[in-house]
Write a protein that binds this ligand. Structure first.
Ligand code: TNX
Length: 508
């Protein structure tokens, strides 16, 4: 395998992945051009840096949170516990985090003999520079980093991952593990699907049976599992994510996908009769009762409590597959609910169906259909709606890779790595120009997924492909394919059981 990769590097991609010049003693360093997602500018050259146990991290107090993440990452990779100092001692070997002119999430990373300097106008940018540096550290000593400079910034502001806690609950520990992995690819949002027909997974104090009943044991698909996030769990996740520059986006799905809420509170149905609990995977059969006032008391209470818990700007109100709601009722419902999100200081985010309602013009629509035209969405975009791209046939991480994949579904087709990578979020949809696209998100629905191992097998490597579409200015399959093959051993070293796609020459 290794030989094959070397040949590939030497012949096919000399400019992309040519190993950096060998350091005096030891193997070649990781090439600056091997990073995923591909940086905007890479200028290899100059002497390499050797990280040792005596290297120090230098950071102003304002950047201390990022320095802590860097120290953790270096310790996990090398075993060294590097000191964190405010000022560099003379002649010290140092990794320096410093203010810089590259603003926001962008950064500049320079590697020379005496150290590595990451500059950014903001901590999010410094954190992104740290993620780049992690990929430049070899997997084994000596810890040599190739000389040169990287200047980098994102193409899209929103780069999202998604977990479905409703079909099978995933624990806070598993969600944190996912955050650790996605943030290494500079993914900066995690959308949590917190309610559906099967279960309700977030504590709501004013409607306590939602979790007492909807989060009970046996509420996962096939009656397996159950559970919910308490408010304390959720706040802790928000903090954990924020420390990795990931914003949590909570979703409560409505007016469809509400069977679990109606089992707990029969007054949310039109006839007041509780439906049976459901643990099958059918969709489109439940609806809130659009004409009843209690519906809006319920929705407002839930939005208010979610908004209180969520420092991020977005609340996702679902809106997909409301096949049991008439079109007129659907629009009437959204016309009342969309303004409620603004009332609590948040921006409404919903699946593309919400664009049927005129009030969606100030909202964000998540495109999940499989085509390349959606006149309703295009009209909303013309009136101001912004879009996040999650076409199911390209970004749904719960789609099988091929017919033999043990996990996942196939209603939107099979998605091998190249298919997930080879499309352009800025031109994919007619009438949705790049200027209307906030970014991309890769949903991972959990009908067939129970464990973190299941999640990782479906997410990786495809999430890395979607992350690159969201971050990098250009797309180059052969380059991505080579960088991904070289990345595989990093997942293996962290115990991440990724799908070893036959489209990739995996290094061993
Ligand atoms: C469609 S995508 C759904 C979900 C399912 C998913 C499975 C969307 C907005 N709705 O209810 O879990 O397919 O792939």
């Amino acid at each position: 395998m290794r030989k094959r990769l070397a040949v590939l590097l030497a012949c096919a991609l000399p400019l992309v992945l040519a190993p950096a010049p060998a350091d005096a003693a030891g193997p070649p360093a990781v090439a600056l051009s091997s990073v995923i997602p591909a940086p905007v500018e890479v200028r290899p050259g100059g002497p390499a840096f050797r990280l040792t146990a005596r290297t120090v991290i230098v950071a102003p107090p304002s950047a201390r949170p990022v320095a802590d993440r860097l120290a953790e990452a270096v310790r996990a990779a090398t075993g060294y516990r590097l000191a964190i100092l405010k000022h560099a001692p003379r002649h010290a070997s140092a990794i320096t985090l410093a203010p810089g002119r590259t603003g926001g999430e962008g950064y500049r990373l320079s590697v020379g003999r005496k150290g590595v300097t990451i500059r950014s106008g903001g901590n999010a940018g410094l954190f992104n520079g740290v993620q780049t540096l992690r990929q430049l550290l070899p997997l084994e000593a000596p810890w040599t980093v190739a000389g040169g400079e990287i200047v980098d910034r994102p193409r899209f502001a929103y780069r999202g991952a998604f977990l479905d806690l409703a079909r099978h609950f995933h624990t806070p520990a598993e969600i944190k593990q996912y955050i650790d992995e996605i943030s290494q690819f500079k993914v900066n949002h995690l959308h949590l699907h917190l309610s559906d027909d099967q279960g309700w997974r977030i504590q709501i104090d004013s409607w306590p049976r939602l979790t007492a009943v909807g989060g009970a044991a046996g509420t996962g698909v096939d009656g397996v599992g159950g559970g919910f996030l308490t408010k304390a769990d959720y706040r802790d996740l928000v903090r954990y994510a924020a420390a990795r520059y990931v914003t949590i986006v909570p979703e409560i799905d409505m007016p469809g996908h509400v069977n679990a809420a109606q089992v707990a509170y029969p007054e949310l149905t039109c006839d007041g009769v509780a439906p049976p609990p459901r643990t099958d995977t059918a969709v489109g059969y439940s609806s809130l009762c659009i004409g009843k006032e209690v519906t809006y008391r319920f929705v407002e209470d839930v939005i208010r409590e979610l908004a209180e818990l969520t420092p991020g700007p977005l609340i996702h109100i679902g809106g997909d597959e409301a096949h049991a709601t008439s079109e007129a009722d659907y629009i009437a419902f959204q016309q009342r609910v969309l303004p409620l999100v603004s009332k609590y200081g948040k921006t409404a985010y919903g699946w593309n169906e919400i664009t049927q309602a005129p009030a969606s013009h100030t909202a964000i629509a998540q495109y999940w259909n499989t085509g390349t035209t959606d006149p309703t969405l295009a009209a909303a975009v013309a009136a101001g709606t912004k879009v996040i791209m999650s076409p199911a046939n390209l970004t749904y991480l719960d789609m099988k890779y091929d017919p033999s994949t043990r996990l996942g579904l196939s209603w939107a087709g099979y998605i091998e790595v190249r298919k997930a990578y080879d499309w352009d979020p800025g031109t994919h949809l007619a009438g949705v120009p790049e200027s209307a696209v906030l970014g991309v998100e890769a949903p991972l629905w959990s009908e067939t997924l129970r464990s973190i191992e299941d999640i990782e097998f479906m997410a990786f490597p495809r999430l890395a492909a979607i992350a690159e579409l969201g971050w990098s200015p250009a797309r180059d399959w052969e380059s991505f394919r080579a960088r991904l093959g070289a990345y595989g051993p990093r997942w293996t070293a962290r115990g991440v059981g990724f799908y070893p796609s036959p489209q990739i020459d995996w290094a061993s």
